[in-house]
Design a protein around this ligand. Structure first.
Ligand code: KIV
Ligand code: NA
Length: 274
């Protein structure tokens, strides 16, 4: 049985940190299932890390549905959260339509959307119709062209705005809130203030849990890690080495061997040629 949102609430109350990771495809979901990951995010970071775009804006509801469904099929025990993409929730009615597709076709358990007080009525509508919602405050990538790619909430005024947004999301019925790139002290204060869990990324250890991007923690890029992440593996280097080993083995004739293919009596081949 998948992890439930009640389990997330229990973990916050019990002081058990929640580990969440992004996941975008079936093969990766099988690995998450094997590792016992309880919460997965099919993030619209898909646009960047999987599809190679500059930002998340080009991701569509259809993209999210296809990738979410592949993840859910591979990780039956995880709570799978799916992002509502850019401009797919500009009204409560459109949000219901988009979230409905993510839940029915993508089979996600929770939808995530970006924004605070302005989006709270939409969150209320979704929750009233039975759709669990995770909020996302601080650095919100869908607004990066407006707010820049930087730490948010550093002044008292900016911090107060994020606090008011968090309060509004909780009041609207959100089941948790991602806090991205805000100072640790602010994330801690919000976590203390709210009853619902906070899931941080670049927001310090005071959150109820952490979310990290698959490619960042597994070492897929040769670039040095961002400050907010840590490479827990060097999977990119392992794959590169395996690929050059494979190509080299084909080139030097050491792969495939006789054991890698079916056998057939040569007389049968001769008969076939005749
Ligand atoms: O899309 C994503 O990967 C996210 C996380 C960084 C929170 O929204
Ligand atoms: Na996202």
């Amino acid at each position: 049985m998948p992890t439930t949102i009640a389990e997330l609430a229990r973990m916050k109350a019990a002081g058990e940190p929640i580990a969440m990771v992004t996941c975008y495809d079936h093969a990766s979901a099988l690995l998450c299932q094997a590792a016992g990951m309880k919460v997965l995010l099919v993030g619209d970071s898909l646009g960047q890390v999987v599809l190679g775009h500059r930002d998340t804006l080009s991701v569509s509801v259809g993209d999210m549905v296809r990738h979410a469904a592949a993840v859910v099929r591979g990780a039956p025990d995880a709570l799978v959260v799916g992002d509502l993409p850019f401009l797919s929730y500009t009204s409560p009615a459109q949000a219901i339509e988009s979230a409905g597709r993510l839940m029915r076709e993508g089979q996600v358990g929770v939808v995530k959307l970006e924004g605070g007080r302005s989006i709270a009525p939409t969150v209320r509508t979704l929750v009233d119709f039975g759709i669990p919602v995770m909020g996302h405050l601080g650095f919100t990538p869908q607004s990066s062209h407006q707010i820049g790619v930087k730490v948010q909430g550093k002044s008292a005024e900016a911090a107060a705005a994020i606090i008011a947004d968090a309060d509004a999301l909780q009041a609207a019925g959100a089941c948790a809130i991602v806090l991205e790139l805000i100072p640790a002290a602010l994330a801690w204060a919000i976590t203390e203030r709210l009853t619902i869990p906070t899931i941080g990324i670049g927001a310090g250890a005071g959150c109820s849990g952490q979310v990290q991007v698959w490619h960042d923690i597994l070492g897929f890029s040769g670039k040095p890690p961002f400050r907010h992440t840590r490479r827990f593996g060097e999977v990119g280097a392992a794959i590169t080495s395996a690929l050059s080993d494979y190509a080299g083995s084909v080139a030097d004739g050491s792969f495939p061997t006789a054991a890698n293919a079916a056998t057939m009596d040569e007389a049968v081949v001769t008969a076939a040629l005749a």
